[in-house]
Design a protein around this ligand. Structure first.
Ligand code: XMP
Length: 327
């Protein structure tokens, strides 16, 4: 049965057995709902869309087409992981679109944070719609809507970010197989569907991606500095047992330069800011204090491995007054 709302008496999915039961029921319901028809999914590589993809691959196989749009603002290794997991391992019907140039060209010289977000969101829909138009006979659009999305949109806190957005001429029926689940339940279900733990337990990552961590006008070299420093930070957090313990951590490379010295020569490069935070509801956020040794090690690695960086700073500001992201 396809539920429209979470039943009041639904037991919270906390064990593999409960997840397996949910999966079994949903696979049957999905096969019944979809029949012989075709489904399209925008697969970002985030937890929710990945779990929806894994579920639909099990339910309807190649009647699902996934489109992964790389907007050039993903973290290091992310598009590769999506291709490896879904195309190579799960044999999904996956269309990969590298739209990096398109996005970065549109973003060139744009400094206003809201304008940047609008360009990224608008261009995403355009690229996705272009791919969808190339396909024949699609009836359903799958979405990774989860229960808190519904509750928040009903409470007027935020617009339901998944629904709609596509041009008027593209009307699909929706398939939302994790719509009645809380995030922690989605993760257990994802694990049981065979997704790697690194994918289902990953930290939150904003839709506009590294674009909001490259404040001001995005340039390719500064974006690369954000991507490389973020990869180092994630690697060191994993090595030091902080992965999965700290709620969110990332780097930001602001658009100003300062003087430094390297091998006896003057440098004039960007700083790299480290942000590491904990929270339960993201309304209030505390800062995770790192050990001196870890900070020292991060400074050494980032300075020596990331071109264009000559200084590393740590952001000690809670929310409020600072938001988590810089834009
Ligand atoms: P802020 O910066 O508002 O961030 O304190 C709160 C949390 O939301 C994430 N975030 C986003 N997530 N699309 C998303 O899906 C976005 O545009 C977006 N902006 C911020 C942020 O990473 C943090 O976890």
């Amino acid at each position: 049965m396809v539920y429209d709302r979470r039943p009041d008496n639904m037991v919270r999915i906390t064990t593999p057995e409960l997840a397996d039961k949910f999966i079994e029921e949903q696979l049957e319901a999905l096969r019944e709902q979809i029949g012989d028809k075709k489904v399209l999914l925008a697969l970002s590589g985030g937890v929710d869309s990945s779990v929806v993809a894994a579920m639909l691959i099990k339910a309807i196989g190649d009647k699902l087409t996934c489109v992964h749009v790389n907007h050039g603002l993903l973290r290091k290794g992310e598009p590769e992981q999506v291709i490896e997991v879904f195309k190579n391992q799960m044999k999904a019907n996956l269309i990969y679109v590298d739209a990096t140039d398109r996005f970065l060209d549109k973003l060139a010289g744009v400094t206003d944070p809201e304008k940047k977000r609008m360009i990224i969101g608008g261009e995403f829909i355009e690229v996705f719609a272009e791919e969808a138009r190339k396909l024949d006979g699609i009836d359903f659009l799958a979405q990774g809507t989860i229960w808190p999305d519904i509750l928040e949109s009903e409470a007027g806190i935020k617009a339901h970010h998944n629904a709609g957005g596509l041009p008027e001429d593209m009307k699909f029926e929706l398939v939302e197989p994790v719509k009645i689940l809380f995030k922690d339940e989605v993760r257990i279900v994802g694990e049981r569907l065979g997704l790697p733990a690194g994918m289902v337990y990953r930290q939150p990552f904003p839709g506009p991606g590294l674009g909001v961590r490259c404040p001001g006008a995005i340039t390719r070299d500064r974006l690369e500095a954000v991507r490389e420093s973020d990869a180092i930070l994630r690697e060191e957090f994993a090595k030091n047992g902080l992965e999965g313990k700290v709620w969110q951590y990332f780097t930001v490379v602001p658009d100003f330069k300062s003087t430094g010295v390297k091998d006896g020569k003057r440098t004039f490069d960007w700083p790299c800011i480290i942000r590491a935070i904990n929270t339960t509801d993201v309304m209030e956020v505390t800062v995770e204090h790192l050990s001196d040794d870890l900070i020292d090690h991060l400074v050494k690695r980032i300075i020596s491995e990331v071109p264009g960086i000559n200084r590393v700073l740590f952001d000690y500001t809670p929310k409020p007054p600072a938001t988590v992201e810089y834009e």
